[in-house]
Ligand binder design. Structure first.
Ligand SMILES: [Zn+2]
Length: 408
């Protein structure tokens, strides 16, 4: 059955804003995006109709840590209590209950697709219950890992089983393996993960250049990360100091290409940004989390100026107060005041969907895509609707029906 929604503003992302346009939906998919409204269209009035948002970096299974890890002045000061808390995790039921609440809050603030990083696949059940679309990155760590190929093979068989179950259920959930970070993954484990993701043609992800300590470790093998790795009993003299930046290191390992979502990039230099640009990798910025963990501010304007594709993530509730991407956009606007509002909005929709491999179904208002539509109330007096969407919205968002999308 056809149904049409008219709003005072359409933000297709695929093209310029349309005043007073309409979107027509049939069987959960968009069939038309027009500058006029067909008779019988539901008029949403003073609202902006846009594609739902894409949170390209979360750790839903860590939602139980909300409010438990203090804000820190430097990254390793944030990591220590995180590691301590994760040593005694709650039971699976508690992990799932917190993840379910986090998902519900994210949906309420306009998110329709997650890039979710997971070490225990602890949020799959709440993702399933919510009918959420997601790419789940099964993240591996091991700075001193004797048999990396066996480790990756075990991860591969686990996600293959989950993928089969999701496909049989018609769920929009996909899986791949991913690497945690240069300070927690050995060179051989990076290589083994790379072989797996290349063989499967999947996107992968890695945290990179987050805190200053990571830069120091890769530069000369010293500093707080060296101390922490020794304390954890995983430091090995076999690790060769790369003597380069974290981004250059990933490039040397062959871990940077168009299938890679690199997360954070706070410490990126101009050379690093040039490397990212030529690799085709997508930078997933999580600026609120970066401030919380004491890493600093990412060079967001420089990423845009260089033409690096930028997506947005919130990171986990262990380092951010909520999973509201509009709050992330407000922080992005503060850090990158000269970047066009339209580009920031494209980052929170199309760029994230494309990086996660969901561009066919999400990210824009275009015929053929899922009708995962978001409408946002626009107060009277607002004339620049795109800029208004960057002002830190917390209310008056609405996922327009049908959402969650029916499994077609
Ligand atoms: Zn993260």
């Amino acid at each position: 059955m056809l149904s049409s929604l008219r709003a005072d503003w359409l933000l297709p992302i695929a093209g310029p804003p349309i005043e007073g346009g309409s979107v027509t939906i049939e069987d959960g998919r968009i069939v038309a995006v027009e500058s006029t409204a067909p008779s019988g269209a539901t008029n949403l009035g003073r609202r902006v109709l846009m594609p739902g948002l894409v949170n390209a970096h979360t750790h839903l299974e860590l939602s139980y840590l909300h409010g438990r890890i203090p804000r820190a002045a430097c990254f390793t000061d944030w990591v220590r209590p995180l590691l301590a808390a994760r040593r005694t995790p709650p039971d699976q039921e508690t992990i799932e209950a917190h993840a379910a609440d986090a998902i519900a809050d994210a949906v309420e603030s306009g998110t329709v697709l997650f890039g979710d990083v997971s070490n225990g696949l602890g949020a799959l059940s709440p993702l399933r219950s919510a009918g959420m679309a997601a790419h789940v990155f099964y993240e591996l760590l091991g700075f001193n890992m004797p048999q990396p190929d066996a480790h990756v093979a075990a991860a591969r068989s686990r996600i293959a089983a989950e993928q089969q179950a999701a496909t049989e259920d018609g769920r929009e959930v996909r899986f791949s393996v991913a690497a945690h970070a240069p300070y927690s993954v050995s060179p051989a484990l990076f290589d083994a993960i790379r072989r797996d993701t290349s063989a499967h043609g999947s996107p992968t992800t890695v945290h990179v250049a987050e805190g200053r300590e990571e830069v120091q470790l890769l530069s000369d093998g010293t500093g707080p990360w060296r101390t922490l790795l020794e304390t954890l009993g995983v430091w090995t003299e076999a690790w060769q100091v790369p003597a380069c930046s974290p981004v250059a290191y990933l490039q040397q390992r062959g871990f940077l290409d168009a299938s890679t979502l690199v997360v954070h990039g706070v410490q990126c230099t101009a050379d690093d940004i040039a490397r990212l640009r030529s690799s085709g990798a997508t930078m997933v910025a999580c600026p609120r989390s970066n401030a919380y963990v004491g890493a600093g501010d990412p060079p967001l304007s420089d990423f845009y100026a260089a033409g690096v594709p930028v997506a947005f993530g919130t990171d986990s509730l262990a380092s951010v107060d909520d999973l509201n991407l509009f709050s992330e956009l407000a922080e992005a606007r503060r850090l990158a005041p000269a970047v066009a509002a339209r580009r920031l909005l494209e980052s929170a929709t199309l760029i994230g969907a494309r990086a996660l491999g969901f561009e066919r179904d999400y990210g824009t208002l275009e015929p053929g895509k899922r009708a995962a539509l978001l409408s946002v109330a626009v107060p009277s007096g607002v004339t620049d609707v795109e800029e208004y969407l960057l002002s830190g919205l917390t209310t008056e968002m609405r996922c327009e029906m049908p959402f969650p999308p029916p499994q077609a």
